[in-house]
Design a protein around this ligand. Structure first.
Ligand SMILES: Nc1ncnc2c1ncn2[C@@H]1O[C@H](COP(=O)(O)OP(=O)(O)OP(=O)(O)O)[C@@H](O)[C@H]1O
Length: 493
């Protein structure tokens, strides 16, 4: 260890059931080593003696049940709290664990038809206002399930298109989780996904099933979001039909904060989007994070059919503002195309291979010296079929004159001519979709709404006179004949 590293490292001794919270500013990074005892980050255990690196404005907490000593390299905003809601979260986990065990017993035929016990696994919808810690709670609950030693593989579902979950913003997704989700950067809140890089680069990468909504704001096209949630649900159920272990492990669903409060027209959409989740994922437990009014509303609407539980918000949750969220989205795009870039804390080796050799971990994996090499290609306007869902600038129904109906419905796919003056394709992020049905007689007008995402591209230049455009894609594959959908996301390097 260099003298600079020794100079900037500091030991923290944490008592039982305490957590060390940290917040990183832009351009800083942090290294944490567990030197003694047991500790975890959002439910994922730290390995003693390994140094974990955090970067890109990461905000998180090291929690310990029994007490521990951690060594911190490069101080940031940091403090220790003795008051956490972890016992409440752990009690939830214990209840969900009992449900999984009963569901497995039933699946194995170890229960009698006369048993009156509920044998459904936990399918949990997490609701709460902005910055209430929903994503962190989802992570903790999923991570505890994977650590239970029962080979559970819970499905983690993200229906917050503003966040992107384990893939890119603009999507909603589901992924089966078998190993604890690591924390290192807000660009990968749920660990990394296998879509942007070869899977061998990260042994714990998730393989998500995703649908493209194309906007960060759920109010932009709630009908489309409703349909995509239902599509995702159908797909999840199809997949789980042949996977007993996955089915009995249950699902945890993270939602956007707009599901917690609305007004006027959006109030109606909010309720129908919650209902879409309840139906699509066959929810049997609703968790409401620290929001009395929403809790009462959920009790009234769903309380007779399922458990509605109000749970405390952690005092450690950081208030994330709009500019921060925009920066995280940009980094998610950057990482998708080019891989991770970070500067280790002072005194630590700059090369990833040197860090790996010294036993450092990023997101639970030894760092690797790689940058992804996206391919830039020039294609004709007609080579890629580009769609936009619904009218480009759509006035809300409430703003239309009385009696007027929309000419273009929210769900109507419109073919986009990239050369049209209003197309605005320069810098547009497009989702590439799975191929339409091979049998033409099985195709239908709105099929593009029901196809899942296979990747993303960005249009980096548009040459209108020659009807050609330059497209940045993560790999070399041909784009000709593919189907893509544009939303409102833009990205420029
Ligand atoms: N106990 C904690 N200590 C430190 N930071 C925390 C803690 N819990 C959560 N955070 C951080 O606070 C931020 C907000 O938390 P989180 O994303 O879980 O909230 P959310 O309710 O899902 O947010 P959103 O408003 O996007 O729906 C994140 O950066 C998260 O890592």
């Amino acid at each position: 260890m260099s003298s600079e590293a020794i100079a900037t490292s500091r030991d923290w001794v944490l008592g039982a059931e305490c957590e060390y919270r940290f917040e990183l500013d832009q351009g800083t990074s942090l290294a944490i080593k567990l030197t003694q005892g047991q500790a975890e980050i959002f439910g994922a255990e730290l390995v003693e003696g390994k140094t974990y690196i955090f970067y890109e404005e990461c905000k998180a907490a090291v929690y310990t049940w029994q007490g521990c000593t951690i060594q911190i390299r490069q101080p940031s905003t940091e403090y220790v709290s003795e008051e956490t809601p972890m016992t409440a979260y752990a009690n939830l986990h214990i209840a969900f664990e009992a449900m999984r065990v009963r569901a497995l017993d039933r699946a194995n035929g170890n229960m009698h038809a006369s048993d009156t016990e509920d044998t459904e696994p936990p399918r949990v919808l997490i609701l709460g206002p902005e910055n209430s810690g929903k994503t962190s709670i989802a992570k903790i609950l999923v991570n505890y399930a994977t650590r239970a030693g029962q080979n559970w593989s819970p499905t983690l579902i993200n229906v917050n298109p503003g966040e992107g979950g384990c893939i890119l913003p603009g999507t909603i997704s589901a992924a089966s989780v078998t190993t604890p989700l690591q924390t290192s950067t807000p660009a990968h809140t749920l660990g990394s996904s296998a879509t942007s890089a070869p899977a061998h680069m990260s042994s714990n990468a998730l393989v998500p099933l995703a649908y493209w909504y194309g906007h960060a704001d759920t109010k932009r096209n709630p009908l489309l979001l409703d349909r995509l949630i239902r599509n995702l649900g159908e797909n999840v159920w199809e997949k789980l039909a042949d996977d007993t272990q996955g089915r009995v492990s249950g699902c945890i669903i993270d939602t956007p904060s707009s599901f917690a409060a609305g007004s006027g027209n959006s109030e109606q959409h909010r309720q129908s989007l919650i209902k879409a989740c309840v139906d699509a994922f066959r929810i049997n437990v609703i968790l409401v994070v620290g929001h009395e009014k929403l809790n009462v509303e959920m009790q009234r609407t769903y309380g007779t059919r399922m458990a509605v539980v109000k749970i405390p918000k952690s005092g450690g949750v950081v208030e994330l503002d709009g500019p921060y969220r925009a920066r995280v989205r940009r980094r998610q795009m950057q990482a998708y195309f080019y891989g991770e870039r970070f500067a280790p804390p002072p005194g630590m080796p700059a090369l990833a291979s040197a860090l790996a050799a010294a036993g450092y971990l990023i997101g639970g994996e030894p760092p690797a010296d790689f940058t992804l090499a996206p391919a830039s290609s020039v294609i004709g306007f007609g080579d890629l079929a580009i769609w936009r869902i619904g009218e480009e600038t759509m006035a809300p129904v409430s703003a239309l004159p009385i009696g007027a109906t929309r000419v273009v419905s929210e769900m109507q796919p419109l073919a986009v001519d990239p050369g049209a003056p209003s197309a605005g394709m320069h810098g547009a992020v497009l989702a590439l979709l799975a191929d339409p049905h091979p049998d033409e007689t099985e195709r239908y007008d709105e099929e593009v709404l029901d196809l899942h995402v296979v990747g993303f591209v960005v249009i980096t230049a548009v040459d209108v006179p020659n009807r050609r455009m330059t497209v940045l894609a993560p790999g070399q594959g041909s784009l000709t004949g593919r189907t893509a959908v544009v939303g409102s996301f833009e990205w420029q390097e």
